[in-house]
Design a binder for this molecule. Structure first.
Ligand code: ADP
Ligand code: MG
Length: 360
């Protein structure tokens, strides 16, 4: 178990900036996720923590001790690579034992520890199988056992579930979490999948183009996104450009075209001034409600598409030529057959579902 700190870390590859001015502090025992689209610098960050890459600038600390230039085998981190990086011609036992043999651990202890690690990932009795005889999910477990067997102080997982099918992914998500909880091991998890990040993490760092945009709990990054990138990458959202009309203690009134909408003031709000027009109104599709008529905070839309998904209707509508509005209507079986493309509807945008997000 260890606390991990990155202080002003930068990494460039031949002039290409992969990670820029990164400050992170990961607490002991925390399940911490690096989330972002492909190419945003997640793997590079993880590899710098493992020691496979050294930062171009900045420092990395484990428990207040600097490890910036310490080689990987002296950091005692366990890493699961995206492609597992197993030795295909070797057995499961040999793969898991490898890290212990390199460390010159006695044979008997190796046998016990490999046995324990395989039990942890529920591969008891698979020791003599060859990697090529295993399914993708089993290979993933071997990779996890190989990382755990060295009793690492930090567990690093690079998109460990991305090669598995959806059902197996759900199952492994729960298993990884339960192993992490039972060991209490500081875990840094890389994914581009927001559902994985939201459902597994204590905290999430959202990355875009090498820059960390926001660090927060799943609730914070989902419900209090700091910018439009986070708002639209972590979940779906509607972004409507607005002008600020009036600011009071309780409410902010904004204008979009002919509509005047009211937003409830939040405790941790951004400073907003009357007359400003560099703001977006953000509302999640599940926050939009169907209304029967015009009223406060309602907008008139033309329905373009309504898709029934079983638990919900996903509605795509047009507010005007420029602006679409996505709505997710849950638990409304009575709507079946009544939502038709081309129809005009009223949508209510509840004031407590609206957030103002700076455009830049
Ligand atoms: P992610 O894991 O988020 O998809 P990466 O950390 O792999 O992103 O990559 C971030 C950026 O750094 C990309 O532009 C990628 O092309 C570049 N990059 C990563 N590793 C190397 C490398 N070994 N050599 C050169 N460029 C690299
Ligand atoms: Mg990657």
């Amino acid at each position: 178990m260890s606390r991990v700190q990155l202080l002003q870390v930068n990494k460039t590859f031949d002039g290409v900036v992969a990670v820029k001015q990164l400050d992170l502090e990961i607490q002991e025992g925390e399940f911490f996720t690096l989330l972002g689209p492909s190419g945003c610098g997640k793997t590079t960050t993880l590899r710098m923590i493992a020691g496979f890459y050294y930062p171009t600038k900045g420092k990395i600390l484990f428990d207040d001790q600097e490890v910036t230039l310490v080689p990987p085998h002296r950091r005692n981190t366990g890493m699961v690579f995206q492609n597992y990086a197993l030795f295909p011609h070797m057995t499961v036992f040999e793969n898991v034992a490898f890290g212990l043999e390199v460390r010159k651990i006695p044979r008997k202890e190796i046998r016990d520890r490999v046995g324990d690690a395989l039990r942890q990932v529920r591969l008891d009795g698979y020791g003599e199988r060859r990697i090529s005889q295993l399914s993708g999910g089993q290979q993933q477990r071997v990779a996890l056992a190989r990382a755990l067997v060295i009793r690492p102080r930090i567990l690093l997982l690079d998109e460990p579930l991305s090669n598995l099918d959806a059902r197996l992914r759900d199952e492994m998500r729960a298993e990884i979490l339960s192993i992490q909880r039972s060991l209490g091991i500081t875990t840094i998890y890389v994914t581009h999948d927001q559902v994985e990040a939201l459902s597994m993490s204590n905290r999430i760092a959202v990355f875009n183009q090498g820059v960390c945009q926001q660090v927060g709990t799943p609730d914070e990054v989902y419900n209090r996104p700091c910018n439009t990138f986070v708002a639209s990458f972590v979940g779906e959202t509607n972004l409507i450009p607005v002008t600020i009309q009036e600011v009071t203690e309780e409410y902010i009134t904004v204008k979009y075209g002919d509509y005047t909408l009211r937003v409830r003031q939040e405790s941790e709000k951004f400073p907003v001034r009357e007359g400003e027009n560099h703001w977006y109104l953000s509302i999640r599709p599940e926050g939009v409600q169907l209304a029967s008529e015009s009223g406060p905070n309602t907008v008139r839309v033309q329905l373009q598409l309504a898709q029934f998904t079983g638990i919900s209707f996903q509605c795509t509508s047009r507010l005007d030529d420029q602006q679409t509005l996505q709505a997710l209507l849950v638990n409304r079986p009575n709507l079946a057959g009544s939502l038709r493309a081309g129809e005009t509807l009223w949508f209510h945008l509840p004031e407590n579902q609206l957030r103002l997000i700076p455009a830049h």
